[in-house]
Design a protein around this ligand. Structure first.
Ligand SMILES: Cc1cc2nc3c(=O)[nH]c(=O)nc-3n(C[C@H](O)[C@H](O)[C@H](O)COP(=O)(O)O)c2cc1C
Length: 217
């Protein structure tokens, strides 16, 4: 196979960013709400985000610094308040999510600017976004201060809200005909999920029997 390969030490951070965010796709989007010192609710999207464990239930946010250095509001609020909410993003709130990435001055709440509304959370003081299909209430677990410009904030998910109709509580299963999560690609590109399909996971015995079947004439 012909390929291009890169030693990351030879790439500028900007080119590393482009390479990694273009190849590791799709990524889910966390529209993170936090509380500032003045009580204004801050909302910002992060696609360096995923869940990594269920016991304890942990999610991670990759938080860069502001262009001129200094913590983004989300980073500072998580440090100061010890809590945040990950509001998951579907196609319906894609444009509003994008508006929340505008660099507003601190006295303007992204929630008002994007015409979103808030609901109280159950376990943390930080409100959640009513229009989000699901919300994960998180207590700050720890932050890895990777460098002056990069932090990985880990949250313990202590309460989950999911919109009625998206979730079957008896089967504990999502309804993929109703849940339309928005995926982040790179630059200004996004994608929706295509048609779901299955690959059934086999035990070793099932795999071995299948190989034997293929081998016999
Ligand atoms: C879809 C999307 C994904 C983003 N992902 C990240 C990310 O993973 N990490 C990051 O630091 N900034 C990310 N950003 C940029 C932040 O949302 C942006 O800097 C925001 O203004 C930060 O707000 P804050 O200062 O209120 O925390 C993303 C922006 C968009 C639109």
């Amino acid at each position: 196979m012909q390929e291009l390969s890169y030693d990351l030490t030879t790439l500028s951070p900007h080119d590393r960013y482009k390479l990694l965010i273009s190849l590791v796709i799709p990524r889910p989007i966390a529209l993170v709400t936090t509380l500032g010192r003045t009580g204004i609710v801050n909302a910002a999207p992060f696609s360096f985000f995923n869940i990594f464990s269920e016991d304890p239930a942990l999610c991670v946010l990759g938080l860069q610094a502001k262009p001129g250095g200094g913590l983004k509001d989300t980073s500072a609020h998580i440090r100061d308040r010890g809590a945040f909410v990950v509001n998951l993003v579907d196609e319906a709130i894609g444009q509003q999510m994008n508006q929340c990435a505008v660099d507003f001055p601190p006295e303007i709440s992204e929630i008002d600017a994007a015409k979103l509304s808030l609901l109280p959370s159950e376990k943390v003081a930080v409100p959640r976004i009513a229009e989000a299909p699901a919300a994960l209430e998180c207590r700050h677990y720890t932050t890895l201060e990777v460098s002056a410009l990069r932090r990985l904030a880990i949250g313990e998910i202590v309460h989950v809200h999911v919109r009625r109709g998206l979730w079957d509580p008896d089967k504990m299963r999502v309804d993929m005909t109703q849940y339309r999560p928005l995926a982040r690609l790179y630059g200004n590109f996004y994608a929706s999920l295509g048609e779901p399909f299955t690959h059934v996971r086999q035990s070793y015995e099932e795999w071995a029997a299948e190989q034997k079947g293929k081998a016999s004439p």
